[in-house]
Design a protein around this ligand. Structure first.
Ligand code: NAD
Ligand code: 0WE
Length: 263
């Protein structure tokens, strides 16, 4: 039970395929008490049954594009939990037109602004609003992607936003270290979630991933959840500001092994 006596808030659970759902199941299994935020009313019907399974009835609306919404969501949480032990930020967004086509052609000021606001600044904003409620030994966690440091088709301005999110993780870790609050990120391999479902040729990307990754496969939200549970547990007390890859090894391989086999 990695997370016995820990109260953790999970954001970004849109449906059962969300990485946040894999994290919630793993954290529940490890004994955490959970609360959830959701972007809007429409997503509540998907969240409810999963929160139920995880024994949670703390479901709070929070649209991270709006400071008042962030503020009031933590005010609402404080009625249930005076103090808690961390949160998971599993939120990313860019307008759909930014994620298809040539980077230089499709990227515009508005798309850049929204991608960075929702996908990076919101992590800072949530830390700012919740800091007074966080216990010592708390842990904050966010989800990033390899597009932050390497190029690929279509990920475009989200790559820039993830680079910002990773720097955000390090600066938050530096800032919150004195309060003994740790801040980390998991860089997950591609997983077929709602955010991935609109993405052109996503299935081809999954098979290319399996082809190059040392483990010869993709990863699951459950595998990400297991690492998330560890990162937020006291077993990870010496880790902060770190980006941990949960990607079946994809990021360390320059080339698929099998391409050069003689057979
Ligand atoms: P998802 O669609 O299930 O989750 C994305 C979440 O972001 C949704 O719950 C959505 O409600 C939330 N969100 C978007 N705008 C918001 C706003 N204004 N306010 C509040 N919430 C908002 O998809 P996912 O793949 O589980 O994504 C979760 C995180 O994991 C994202 O940061 C994503 O970039 C990251 N990630 C995903 C993959 C992948 O391949 N699926 C890989 C690496 C990292
Ligand atoms: O971070 C992500 C998802 C990012 C994302 C996806 C969407 C689709 C729907 C952000 N905003 C939106 N906005 C929408 O309107 N991933 C790591 C998954 C992902 O998304 C890609 C990928 C991968 C992998 C987009 C293009 C190329 C690869």
């Amino acid at each position: 039970m990695l997370l016995k006596n820990k109260k953790i808030l999970i954001s970004g659970l849109a449906n059962k395929y969300s990485i946040a759902a894999g994290i919630a199941y793993a954290m529940h299994r490890e004994g955490a008490e959970l609360a959830f935020t959701y972007q809007n009313e429409r997503l509540l019907k998907n969240l409810r049954p999963i929160a139920d399974e995880c024994g949670s009835n703390i479901l709070i609306e929070c649209d991270v594009s709006n400071d008042d919404s962030i503020k009031s969501s933590f005010e609402e949480l404080s009625k249930k939990w005076k103090k808690f032990d961390g949160f998971v930020h599993s939120i990313g967004f860019a307008p759909a037109d930014q994620l298809e086509g040539d980077f230089l052609e499709v990227t515009n000021r508005e798309g850049f602004k929204i991608a960075h606001d929702i996908s990076s600044y919101s992590f800072t904003a949530m830390a700012k609003e919740s800091k007074s409620m966080l216990n010592e030994n708390s842990a904050l966690l966010t989800l990033t992607y390899l597009g932050s440091t390497q190029t690929m088709p279509n990920y475009n301005v989200m790559g820039l936003a993830k680079a910002s999110l990773e720097a955000n993780t390090r600066f938050l870790a530096a800032s919150l270290g004195k309060d003994n609050i740790r801040v980390n990120a998991i860089s997950a391999g591609p997983i077929k979630t709602l955010a991935a479902s609109g993405v052109k040729n996503f299935r081809k990307m999954l098979s290319q991933h399996s082809n190059k990754a040392p483990l010869g496969r993709t990863v699951t939200a459950e595998e990400v959840g297991n690492v998330a549970a560890f990162m937020c547990s006291d077993y990870a007390s010496g880790i902060t500001g770190e980006i941990t890859y949960v990607d079946a090894g994809f990021n360390i391989a320059a080339m698929p092994l099998n391409e050069l086999n003689d057979d």
